[in-house]
Each structure stands twice: as structure tokens, then as C-alpha cells.
Write a protein that binds this ligand. Structure first.
Ligand code: ATP
Ligand code: MG
Ligand code: MG
Ligand code: MG
Length: 563
């Protein structure tokens, strides 16, 4: 592409609202533009990177045997009501009505729709297992869209869904996706860790892993061993800049709990300035601060699934805070978001809890009432939940534990039968008996991934893309366009590269050398070929954007390296 024709322009100044390095450079280099909070256009450069990420994702999904389809963003509310999520999802779900007053939602995720598809397409175990995926725009009315593409309200996600007849089958499908994720993130040049996502107090089989890009601005805290592969997501602090240091969070929370106003979830979420859906581990406390009942940690979905499985029940009733107060005989307050000290508190709370009480959900202030008369299942699923920085790894006994900040770029999740039961997705087994299929779901935030890679691959001059996803393979920069030798050599090299299918950006603008170099650094193509004073001898300068290393090489050698 000729740079003189490029639609986007570079910005000399940092836009005021650019709150992270990646966001700043993506704006300044002309990759993206904001239309509204959390809503972005991809300019030609940005779209090139996005398409490359998509291609890697598709190749690895296809290789893992998943089939691509495309589902609508516009989804009838009935589907969401049938699964029980219309209410539970809370204000993140964008709701709208058509001209006939029929209710719809803009899909934040597609479990309901894919389950409905499955129900109508497949009815026999002979056609299982099967995994489908799509790369599609998602909508979530995030309370605090920020960091550019990292937390958008409209964003691109790859979501996949697996269907199996047995839990063992699900394990295999899950593993296939997990391995594909490792390959995807490696190919994108991302530094990341796969972590246990649900290290919460409630055990059970519904496993879940998150893939975390390592970055200081990450909103998650993970603890990882320096020696073995073991790593877990420790508690996530509230969204917002008021993150608490991991480890100290529990105390802070208890302090807050004692404030007289902290009586209801709603008040508390306001009080903590935290989105209710982010108050991940939550405790119910009596007014004096003594724990009486425990809420389930983590994602509403995981908890519900785990609780159902460990209790062996098909349904959990949702109860409101008043009911919880009635059951526990205590005013409801709660603590959250909480840090590493939570398991201790949880155990204590469980010990004091009247039998048969109470699970809970943060998402929109509902509570899960748990079937009375059964013991509340507490199982430790991870080794790491009491872990402090510097401790010897309880898993391998060799390495030390370290905390890192992470950006959640991917999430794999054993769903079980939650949606197949509510959505009627059944298949006949070998004996002709109808059973609900066992599902898994697997997400990658493709647009978030773009920003996460940018966050890791940049310096004080701009972006420095890994070759696998760079908008171009090479940036050809003739220093003085009016110098006929330079111009014709650059043009000849450009033509040769294009003929060989090498994506090249030719800076054919009649600009000062300083401007051209600054823009080139900003845009961050991995290799820059400077056609300058050595052109008369047929030589060019080869510049590695990431390391800054420069060498003078004959033009043919430069071409040979690229073709
Ligand atoms: P988060 O904890 O950051 O809010 P999530 O757990 O709600 O993310 P999932 O429901 O697991 O997200 O969705 C799958 C993937 O979609 C996430 O791992 C993430 O990469 C991406 N994603 C989620 N929300 C956003 C968003 N607002 N903007 C961009 N990508 C997102
Ligand atoms: Mg979210
Ligand atoms: Mg998450
Ligand atoms: Mg997630």
C-alpha cells in the first residue's frame, strides 16, 4: 500500500482520554477511532491487524475440529427468559424493542442461541461430539468501558460451544480448545499464563480456565509459580482504578463491612463503587460482622452449575435479600470484593452457617437459595487460595509464588447441562434414551487481544508488532523522494515485494525524513527498509523495529529475506 493514499493519519499529540499505552499508540498511529464510550471504528491499519488475529483464531479452531457458523446479534428476549438469564444478566445486557413492542437483547454471548440451534439440528449421540464457533460482534453495556479496545461495549469475540454425551467427552473437547488457545496466543506473540479461573470456595467439577496476558494495567491478579505451570486467578478487585493490593483486600473489605450503611447488596455495591457483577466473592454477614452465611464465589453461571451438581439438584431457586435475611435471621450485609484471605473467612462462615442456607449471586443482587437440609458443599479446588507472594508453591514444592497483573484474553468453561436442560437440547443415547447434552463454552476477546498484544509490544516511540499480526510485513521508506535514485530503487523493490505477495507499505509521501521515521516508529511495522544515501551503491538500511538494530545490506539480500 502507498502511504500517500492511506485513509488514516497519525496524531502528533496524545488524545486526552487515552488511558493506557496501547490505547494511546493505537489512536496516535491511526489504528482505531472512538465513536462513543467503548465503541470504536477500526481504520485500515487496525482492521489489518484484527483480520490477522481472526485468521490465526480460525486456523486453530478449524485445526481443533470446530466448525465455523455465524449467529445473530439480535436475539429474542424469550430465549433469555427461558434460560433464566434475562433477569440475572443485569444491566450489562442491552435490551430493546421492535416496532411491535417485542423484546430483544443484543447478544453479550450466545449460549441460548447455540442451544436453540442444536436442539433443532441434532438429536442422536451418533452426531456427537461436535464443536461450533463464530467470530462475531458482542454487546455488553459495561459500566466502565475503558482502556480502548480492552473493555469495549461493542467488541469482537470468538465464541465456541461444544456438545458431548458424557462428562468425559466434555473433558476431551475442553482439552482440545485449551490446547488450541495455547497455540493461538503463542502465535500472536503474547506473553500469557493459563490460570485456574474458579479458585473459589465451592468445589465441583465445572472447571474453568482463563488465559491472562501479562500486563501491569491488567484488571485481574494472578498468582503463579516460578517453577511449575500452576497458576490461578486470585480474587479480582472491583473494576475501576480503586484496585486493592492483593492480600490486604480482605481486611479492607471487613472494615467497609462494619460501616452502618452497608446493609444491602445494592447499598454496598454503591458504597464500594463496584459493579455488582464484579463483586465476585461475597459473604453475607450479620450486622455485627459475624458471618452467618456464605455466598458463592465467582461467576454466577459456574456457581449455579457447581452447586447443582454437588447438591444433585436440577433447579436452584432465586431468593431476594429479604428472604436471605429471613432464613439467616440476620440483616444482610456483605463483603466484597475480597482478596486472598477469603477462604479462611469462608470456612469460618460455613461453620457458623445454619444448615441449608444460602448461595448467592452478585450479578443483579439475586441470591440462590439452596435446598434445605443438605450440607453446604465446601471443597478446595485450588492450592493457591491462601497463597502469599514469596511462599513455596504448594503444588510442586520447588518454585515460589508470584503475583502478576493480567488481562483476561480468553476463557474456557465447562458448562454442563445448564443450557441444555433449560433450552431442551437433548440427544438420544445408545439405548434410545433422551439425555441433555453436556456443553462447554470457550471465548476469546479478539479485539481485546489486539490491544493486549499492543500493550506488550510497544516502546516510547510507538508500536512494535510481532510479524504474525503486523499490518504489513515491511515498511519501505525512501528518505528523499525527490532523489531519483532513491525513488526508483524504492519503487522497484516495492513492485518486487508485491509481485511475491509480501505485504509492504511504501512511504511515497514527499515529507521530511524526520516525519517519515517518526510515523514509521509509531505504526510499528516489524521491518523498515530505508532507501537513502546508500542507494547509489544498490544498498539499503534494514531496521528491526523492536530492537532498533540497523544494518546496511544489498537490496537483493533485503528482498531475499522477505520473499
Ligand atoms: P471481564 O472479566 O474482563 O469482564 P468476562 O469474564 O466478562 O470478561 P467472558 O464472558 O468470559 O468475559 O467473555 C469471553 C472473552 O471476551 C473474555 O475472556 C474477554 O477476552 C472478552 N471480553 C469480555 N468482555 C469484554 C469487553 N467488554 N471488551 C472486550 N473484550 C471483552
Ligand atoms: Mg465481564
Ligand atoms: Mg472475567
Ligand atoms: Mg470470563
Amino acid at each position: 500500500m502507498r502511504q500517500s493514499t492511506l485513509f488514516s493519519s497519525t496524531l502528533r499529540e496524545s488524545p486526552a482520554d487515552a488511558d493506557t499505552a496501547s490505547h494511546r499508540w493505537l489512536l496516535r498511529a491511526g489504528y482505531i477511532r472512538q465513536l462513543a464510550a467503548g465503541v470504536y471504528s477500526y481504520l485500515p491499519l487496525g482492521l489489518r491487524v484484527l483480520r490477522k488475529l481472526e485468521r490465526i483464531v480460525r486456523e486453530e479452531m478449524d485445526r481443533a475440529g470446530a466448525q465455523e457458523l455465524l449467529m445473530p446479534a439480535l436475539q429474542p428476549a424469550e430465549l433469555w427468559k427461558a434460560s433464566g438469564r434475562y433477569d440475572v444478566y443485569g444491566p450489562e445486557l442491552i435490551r430493546l424493542k421492535d416496532r411491535h413492542q417485542r423484546e430483544f437483547a443484543l447478544g453479550p454471548t450466545h449460549e441460548e442461541v447455540v442451544t436453540e440451534l442444536f436442539r433443532n439440528e441434532i438429536s442422536s449421540y451418533r452426531r456427537l461430539p461436535v464443536t461450533v464457533y463464530q467470530v462475531q460482534t458482542k454487546y455488553r453495556d459495561e459500566r466502565r468501558p475503558r482502556f480502548g479496545l480492552l473493555r469495549g461495549r461493542e467488541f469482537l469475540m470468538k465464541d465456541a460451544y461444544s456438545f458431548d454425551m458424557s462428562w468425559e467427552g466434555l473433558d476431551a473437547s475442553y482439552r482440545g480448545m485449551y490446547d488450541a488457545y495455547l497455540r493461538i496466543f503463542e502465535r500472536c506473540g503474547l506473553r500469557f499464563r493459563a490460570v485456574e479461573a474458579d479458585a473459589g470456595a465451592i468445589g465441583g467439577e465445572g472447571g474453568s480456565h482463563e488465559f491472562m496476558a501479562l500486563a501491569d494495567i491488567g484488571e485481574d491478579t494472578i498468582v503463579a509459580c516460578t517453577h511449575c505451570e500452576q497458576a490461578a486467578n486470585v480474587e479480582r478487585a472491583a473494576s475501576g482504578t480503586d484496585r486493592q493490593p492483593a492480600g490486604a483486600a480482605g481486611e479492607t473489605t471487613l472494615e467497609k463491612l462494619r460501616t452502618p450503611n452497608a446493609r444491602t447488596i445494592e447499598q454496598l455495591s454503591r458504597f464500594l463503587d463496584a459493579e455488582p457483577s464484579r463483586l465476585i466473592k461475597t459473604l453475607v454477614y450479620a450486622a455485627d460482622g459475624a458471618p452467618t452465611a456464605v455466598l458463592v464465589r465467582g461467576d454466577h453461571e459456574v456457581n449455579e452449575i457447581k452447586l447443582k451438581r454437588s447438591l444433585g439438584v436440577e433447579r436452584l431457586e432465586l431468593a431476594d435479600a429479604a428472604t436471605v435475611e429471613a432464613v439467616t435471621g440476620a440483616p444482610v450485609g456483605f463483603a466484597g470484593p475480597v482478596g486472598l484471605s477469603i477462604p479462611v473467612i469462608v470456612d469460618e462462615a460455613v461453620a457458623r452457617m445454619p444448615s441449608g442456607v444460602v448461595g448467592g449471586n452478585e450479578a443483579d443482587m439475586h441470591w440462590i437459595g439452596v435446598v434445605p437440609g443438605r450440607d453446604f458443599p465446601v471443597e478446595r479446588t485450588g492450592d493457591f487460595r491462601n497463597a502469599a507472594e514469596g511462599e513455596i508453591c504448594p503444588h510442586c514444592g520447588e518454585g515460589e509464588l508470584r503475583y502478576h497483573r493480567g488481562i483476561e484474553v480468553g476463557h474456557v468453561f465447562k458448562l454442563g447441562t445448564k443450557y441444555s436442560v433449560s433450552g431442551g437440547a437433548v440427544a438420544n443415547d445408545a439405548d434410545g434414551k433422551e439425555v441433555p447434552v453436556i456443553m462447554g463454552c470457550y471465548g476469546i476477546g479478539v479485539s481485546r487481544l489486539l490491544a493486549a498484544v499492543a500493550e506488550q509490544h510497544r516502546d516510547e516511540r510507538g508500536l512494535a508488532w510481532p510479524a504474525s499480526i503486523a499490518p504489513f510485513r515491511v515498511h519501505l521508506v525512501p528518505v528523499a523522494l525527490r532523489d531519483e535514485t532513491q525513488r526508483s530503487l524504492a519503487e522497484a523493490m516495492y513492485a518486487t515485494l508485491l509481485r511475491h505477495g509480501v505485504e509492504a507499505l511504501l512511504d511515497d509521501r514527499d515529507e521530511r525524513a524526520g516525519v517519515k521515521f517518526a510515523d514509521s516508529e509509531l505504526i510499528g511495522v516489524p521491518v523498515r527498509i530505508v532507501v537513502g544515501k546508500h542507494a547509489a551503491e544498490g544498498n539499503v538500511e534494514w531496521v528491526d523495529r523492536a530492537t532498533g538494530e540497523r544494518t546496511v545490506v544489498p537490496k537483493d539480500e533485503a528482498l531475499a529475506r522477505l520473499i
